[in-house]
Write a protein that binds this ligand. Structure first.
Ligand code: GLY
Length: 339
């Protein structure tokens, strides 16, 4: 078992391993879990004596206003008080929803994240971003709200479909480019049966470092959006038929093309290797103009021109607007790739 901790904006432990000891609350408690990991969640409920439980299907459909409302009522009906501890067991969509539920129920109760997918372990469960989607777009309502702890129980990965296991590691690969850490790029050697703690801890440590510097994404944390500007647009334009991990992997290729076009190190072959390993669903035949409306939403959110996170080399990221003709040229190159 490996232990990390994050210090800012608040301090909490991050444990990664098998058969983890999850802190037991003396007071009232509730358990929100992804029904895909029901046996693990119910074991935990028995062990920690949690009578109030709710299982939901994971995925973007868990992050709707309707489901969020249902979860608020689920806590309100038995009149759970403000000193309730909420345990959240599941992938990134569940930890996003559960965190926001904890942030907003009675103006804030404590919660613990027990991430059960690679994506939630290396990214979503750490760093305090919580939220849900609105009909108008992804993650448009939420709060920065830190958990009391993150306990990545790797037993859960045993039942994770291989493609979802791989897709989560795209975020770890992204952390490798951000930190200039070549070892994090070596995803092809990883499998569920390996002892994954050192690799996952290394990937989480990159995120911890960035979040501690800039918890509320005023500057440095924007680096974590590498590959996400195009990635989110691809997800939204395909109505989430393209998964987040696949969309971010494609987004990383586009970012590498931008870096090369701007005179940076050529990271295109590096990202091509990732895509060959991932073997994502084929790229939808979308025109640049089809994606613009979705990217404009990002721009509006920032109230500025759209800033791209551009890898100029390993560990060397530049964040700035890019002229439209360069973007269009790189997108044509991108569409021409045989993957
Ligand atoms: N997933 C990006 C961030 O936490 O900032």
């Amino acid at each position: 078992m490996l232990k990390l901790k994050i210090e800012r904006p608040s301090r909490y432990p991050i444990h990664i391993g098998y058969g983890l000891e999850i802190p037991r609350a003396d007071g009232p408690k509730a358990l929100l879990y992804d029904s895909a990991v029901e046996p693990l969640a119910l074991d935990l409920a028995e062990q920690l004596e949690i009578p109030v439980r709710l299982g939901l299907r994971g995925g973007e459909e868990a992050k709707t206003l309707e489901v969020y409302g249902q979860t608020l009522s689920w806590l309100a009906k038995p009149a759970l008080p403000r000193d309730t501890l909420l345990y959240v067991v599941g992938g990134g969509t569940l930890t996003d929803l559960g965190g926001f539920l904890a942030a907003s129920y009675l103006r804030g109760i404590q919660f613990i994240n027990i991430p059960t997918t690679t994506l939630a372990i290396v990214d979503a469960s750490v760093g305090g971003k919580t939220g849900i989607n609105l009909p108008e777009g992804k993650n448009l309502a939420g709060a920065f709200y830190a958990p009391e702890g993150v306990y990545a129980e790797l037993e859960a990965l045993q039942t994770l479909p291989l493609q979802i296991f791989k897709e989560g590691l795209v975020e770890a690969f992204k952390h490798g480019i951000i930190a200039g850490d070549e070892q994090l790029l070596e995803v092809e050697n990883l499998s569920v049966s390996d002892s994954l703690e050192p690799y996952l801890a290394r990937a989480i440590a990159v995120k911890v470092g960035v979040v501690e510097t800039d918890p509320t994404e005023k500057g440095e944390r924007r680096k974590l959006n590498l590959g996400h500007t195009l990635g989110h647009a691809l997800e939204a334009a395909t109505d989430h038929k393209l998964s987040h991990g696949a969309a971010v992997a494609y987004g990383l290729l586009f970012a590498a093309l931008l870096g090369r076009a701007q005179g940076g190190e050529d990271l295109v072959p590096t990202v091509q290797k990732l895509l060959a390993w991932l073997s994502p669903a084929p790229l939808p035949g979308l025109e640049w103009d089809d994606l613009l409306a979705f990217m404009a939403r990002d721009k509006k959110k920032l109230g500025t021109s759209l800033n791209w996170v551009v890898p100029m080399g390993m560990g060397d990221l530049s964040i700035h607007p890019i002229p439209e003709d360069t973007l269009r040229r790189c997108y044509s190159e991108f569409l021409a790739f045989e993957l």
